[in-house]
Design a protein around this ligand. Structure first.
Ligand code: ASP
Length: 311
């Protein structure tokens, strides 16, 4: 299997084989991260621009570090300090970056479809770092990578995604990756945030949190995306925590060796109790560490690299 895509825009359009290839290459990069010298030269001479038009901590730093570890030159660009604030269009911004020889644009944008739009004319490679409520492909990849590393497989696992599904790009990328790799996906949260339409994608939908967590091999908790909700979707955060937050009693229903996951940022005491976030079954910080390896793999493959060509 070889990689021959110019961009990474979503996981919906990837095949199971392509996803598996990224996970296999990420494994090679994880080994690089455990060496004394953590840097390789595969992106030497390339310029990577982090174009973040929406806030981010983990994803931006992770892409920056991934590009630096591959020896690329990296430019960080935030909307607040740019001509986007003066009315320049996204298309013009990217054309200007290309004139300065940007090879990769990593885009985080509040509008769903923004990276797809750029990919229609861009000469550089576009990587989606989260577009509105649509997708966050590298988050989906690092989540399945973390599960596969811990459990040795994805097929047949019972994975529950609990929280704001409707407005979550992390949910969508996870759902595509997990279903393509053969997991059984259950979605749960308040009915206003977990519409039945997801059943048409092949997921199980339940609004009963006990049913959702009972026997699950993995539970992935999602933050309420207040910034995207145009109206109140449930009475209060306190009520959400009481009805859907992962607490000790609910966690005791999970499979004894279940993984507790969260893409961050965590709202402690809302979607997850603090002790569980820091507890034995939590792999939240492992997800962050794996994100680096996954992003190195994505940059390497999109640059035309192949597995086994890392040195
Ligand atoms: N960091 C993730 C995202 O950008 C999850 C979140 O913000 O809740 O979508």
């Amino acid at each position: 299997m070889t990689w021959n895509r110019r961009h990474l825009l979503d996981l919906q359009s990837l095949t199971a084989e392509e996803i598996t290839l990224i996970l296999d290459v990420a494994r090679e990069f994880r080994a690089v991260g455990e060496r004394d010298v953590k840097k390789v030269g595969v992106l030497q001479g390339r310029t990577v621009v982090n174009l973040f038009v929406e806030p981010s901590t983990r994803t931006r730093i992770s892409f920056e570090l991934a590009a630096l570890r591959l020896s690329a030159d990296v430019i960080n660009f935030t909307a607040e300090a740019s001509s986007l604030k003066k009315g320049e269009t996204l298309k013009d911004t990217v054309r200007n970056l290309e004139s300065m020889s940007a090879d990769f644009v990593i885009l985080r944008h509040g509008a769903s479809g923004a990276p797809h739009f750029l990919s229609r004319f861009a000469r550089c490679h576009i990587i989606n770092a989260g577009d509105g409520a649509h997708e966050h492909p590298t988050q989906g990849l690092l989540d399945v990578f973390t599960i596969r590393e811990r459990k040795g497989r994805i097929a047949g696992l019972k994975v529950t995604i609990l929280g704001d599904i409707l407005y979550s790009r992390v949910a969508r990328s996870n759902i595509w990756a997990l279903l393509k790799l053969g997991a059984e996906v259950t979605l749960c949260g308040p009915p206003t945030l977990v519409p039945r339409v997801f059943e048409q994608w092949g997921c199980r939908v339940t609004w009963n949190v006990h049913e959702a967590v009972r026997g699950a091999d993995v539970v992935n908790l999602l933050r309420i995306q207040h910034e995207r909700q145009r109206k109140t979707m449930f009475p209060s955060t306190g009520e959400y925590a009481a009805l859907f937050g992962l607490n000790q009693a609910r966690a005791s229903l999970l499979h004894p060796e279940a993984l507790i996951m969260h893409p961050g940022p965590i709202n402690r005491g809302v979607e997850i109790e603090s002790e569980l976030a820091d507890g034995e079954r939590s792999v939240i910080l492992e997800q962050v560490a794996n994100g680096l390896a996954v992003r190195m793999a994505v940059l390497h493959l999109i640059n035309g690299g192949q597995p086994g060509q890392i040195c």
